[in-house]
Design a binder for this molecule. Sequence first.
Ligand code: NAP
Ligand code: MN
Length: 264
Amino acid sequence: MKFTVVSKGDEKSNTLSEKIRIYLQDFDLILDENEPEIVISVGGDGTLLNAFHRYSHRLRNTAFVGVHTGHLGFYADWMPDDLEKLVIAITKTRFQIVEYPLLEVNISYTHGNKESTYLALNEATVKSVEGTFVMDLEIKGEHFERFRGDGLCISTPSGSTAYNKALGGAIIHPSLESIQIAEMASINNRVFRTIGAPLILPAHHTCRLKPVTQPDFTIGIDHITFLQKDVASIQFRVADEKIRFARFKPFPFWSRVRASFIDE
Ligand code: NAP
Ligand code: MN
């Protein structure tokens, strides 16, 4: 089996990554950065986001594992102390695969007919570059509301514990194929109205944002932010692709939620 290790880059993560490389090659696994079947991310949840985007072109052939070198994470849920157990699990047992839904983002522009498509593991955020963010929100092709405020966050179930949670969104179990729209500081008064609550859409219910005033936006896809000019619309839906995690031991989602936010 071919594998690779992606490190956060700090000394602790680099040392651990090197150990994993040596152990796995001792067990006759092949180090292959280009076409790994298993990607071991060493660092934090942010490191796994990086690893995901590095290999997002071959999700069907890749299983991810996260080892944390800082605090417990949602994607990085193995402890460095369990390293030997993990190596034995990878080399000796047939691991289980757990699939989580992803978000597909499709941006079309007012000039030309090219479109850009992105996949997000946590979320996409849309904010204005200057002044109040104003966009019309459509759900399943029908006008829903005109949103004024700081921006919107559209998250996956596994991303619901990240930025979305800070915005008052619900935590969604990753077995529910869905996306969640959370508001960032909407303007609500006698003139302007938004729903004022997070919305959860099932698979195949697309939502679309259309600029009302100016067409330039700051878009965030997980840990990456960039500027998009001349936007005609942005469409969001549950992606056809999924991320696959290699599971060697049960660590249920709600236990991870409790261990991360309530107590360890
Ligand atoms: P970061 O600044 O290190 O991330 C902020 C925190 O979010 C870190 O503690 C990170 O864990 C954690 N995190 C990432 N994915 C998570 C998930 N699915 N569930 C629970 N916590 C999660 O930057 P980063 O590591 O590159 O991560 C990017 C993410 O940060 C974005 O996707 C967004 O969700 C989140 N973010 C949150 C806020 C907010 O809460 N107000 C604002 C901006 C961005 P690690 O330390 O293990 O990496
Ligand atoms: Mn981080």
